[in-house]
Design a binder for this molecule. Structure first.
Ligand SMILES: Nc1nc2c(ncn2[C@@H]2O[C@H](COP(=O)(O)OP(=O)(O)O)[C@@H](O)[C@H]2O)c(=O)[nH]1
Ligand SMILES: [Mg+2]
Length: 471
């Protein structure tokens, strides 16, 4: 997989921080040093690395972060946001001509994947836009190149215009454009030749083709495996032709990923697609945000942070707080809470995300057993509606019935009901602002009431702030 070692190193740089409750400027500095090394080792362009680390550092040592409840998480978020910026911030689609045909020209070094990409793009346009593209075979230097495009055309049922290898590419494109006009094709995809290195004759030829075809897009196709060199190549193609977009191919390979990470910043041209295999369907629209999370190897974690921050419905939270105070939290609420929490992801992660909890020593070792939760849920589901609303109804005969209905022993049912009543009490205490006795046992450590109170207060404050922001 692409980016594997980069991902590993970035993760380890950040995870050291995550284990700390408090983060100092020195910690940030150390992390930035490691991130910088990781990026350089992945062949990311030096300028890009400098810019990136500067931006992250500036934001990460701000008071907003260091004094926040979960500085490590904030920093992960910042790294992700800055990486997204480096990759281009927004998803950029293909340029389209107001009148047909939209003309797209592929350029790039030999072997980068231009011809393959032309086929993939034709397929993509057919599938997604019901388009009727025409492909033009503009690589006359290798007979095999024309055949390759023709085979793709046959597979896709897309016409290919070619004039063999004896006519100049410029002339082929001129005539191909005329055919597209006549046949009313909505897209023209021009496949061009590449060399092993940038050379003047090739650039001249491409400039002439550009002149004749007036393309809406000049897409530079870059092999992700080429490393640092890709940036120089991109720079020259851009200087000579003015590229409008970049395609990164072979991201399925074992690449260090530096090219993908540098090119946007160096050329200013957006990455539009990535190639992820040799098959015609191995094409992905490029989303900078998703790529950033993937590189950081924390797609899940970021989603989790976002969820913890936004998905939890505020009304429901208020309702819950009210119930906790009035001690009317019943088994129905229990089920609802459990479902909501489970939807948010692994419980261990969620616990650590509760403000203040990450400071608790040993919190990493907390394990939540999903089977246990499922058993508890089964018990509640075996209760009648009246029993769910009023736990006091649960006399021994009802408990026996519930045990049988949920496939548990009476002992287990009794234990669960006892636990539930205890947590009811606990919630009531907590809603009054003190960390209840027993909570510390729950987490196997010595948490004192004050910390709980602080955490609650901060959570409330944070929610208020967020509310304001939204307005
Ligand atoms: N694994 C992988 N191989 C690719 C990808 N794109 C192209 N290739 C392969 O790279 C080689 C060169 O591709 P080609 O389209 O002929 O490059 P061109 O010289 O730029 O036209 C071929 O063997 C393709 O099958 C990709 O995204 N992933
Ligand atoms: Mg080719």
């Amino acid at each position: 997989m692409a980016f594997e070692s980069l991902t590993e190193r970035l993760q380890s740089a950040m995870s050291r921080l995550r284990k700390k409750g408090k983060v100092t400027e020195a910690d940030v500095k150390e992390m930035m040093r490691e991130i910088r090394l990781a990026l350089l080792e992945a062949d990311v362009n030096l300028q890009v690395v400098k810019e990136f680390t500067k931006n992250v550092r500036e934001r990460a040592v701000g008071s907003e972060v260091l004094e926040s409840l979960s500085p490590a998480q904030q920093i992960v978020k910042i790294v992700n946001e800055e990486l997204t910026k480096t990759l281009g911030e927004e998803t950029v689609g293909l340029n389209k001509s107001p009148k047909i045909p939209t003309v797209i020209m592929m350029v790039g070094l030999q072997g980068a994947g231009k011809t393959t990409f032309a086929g993939k793009l034709a397929n993509y346009l057919k599938k997604n836009e019901n388009a009727r593209p025409l492909m033009i075979a503009g690589d006359v230097y290798r007979p095999a190149a024309i055949d390759q495009l023709k085979v793709l055309g046959q597979q896709l049922d897309v016409p290919v215009f070619d004039m063999g290898t004896d006519v100049s590419p410029v002339e082929i494109v001129r005539q191909g454009m005329a055919v597209a006009q006549e046949k009313k094709n909505d897209y023209v995809l021009i496949d061009t030749a590449g060399r092993l290195h940038i050379d003047e004759a090739l650039m001249d030829e491409l400039k002439q083709i550009k002149e004749v075809a007036q393309p809406d897009e000049i897409l530079l196709v870059v092999d992700a495996m080429t490393g640092q060199d890709a940036v120089n190549v991109a720079d020259s193609f851009n200087a000579q032709l003015g590229i409008s977009g970049v395609i990164i191919t072979k991201l399925d390979g074992d690449t260090r990923g530096g090219a993908a990470l540098s090119i946007r910043q160096v050329t200013g041209a957006p990455i539009k697609f990535t190639g992820t295999g040799e098959k015609l369907t191995d094409l992905e629209v490029f989303h900078p945000d998703r790529m950033a999370s993937r590189i950081l190897g924390m797609g899940d974690m970021l989603t989790l942070i976002e969820k913890a921050q936004s998905e939890y419905d505020e009304k429901q939270a208020e309702e819950l707080a009210r119930k906790m105070k009035e001690n009317s939290f019943d088994f129905n609420d229990f089920i609802e809470q459990m479902d909501q929490v489970q939807n948010m992801g692994p419980l261990e992660d969620l616990i650590k995300m509760i403000p203040g909890m990450s400071q608790i020593p040993g919190i990493e070792n907390v394990k939540v057993d999903p089977k246990q939760l499922a058993r508890q849920k089964a018990i509640v589901l075996s209760m009648t509606p009246a029993e769910r609303e009023n736990p006091d109804l649960l006399n021994p005969s009802r408990r026996r019935r519930i045990a049988a209905g949920s496939g548990n022993s009476v002992v287990e049912v009794n234990r669960f009901i006892k636990q539930f009543k205890e947590s009811q009490k606990m919630m009531q205490q907590m809603s009054k602002g003190s960390m209840p006795a027993g909570m510390d046992q729950m987490f196997g450590t010595g948490v004192k009431g004050k910390l709980g109170k602080m955490a609650m207060n901060r959570m409330v404050k944070k929610n208020k702030k967020k509310k304001k922001k939204r307005k």
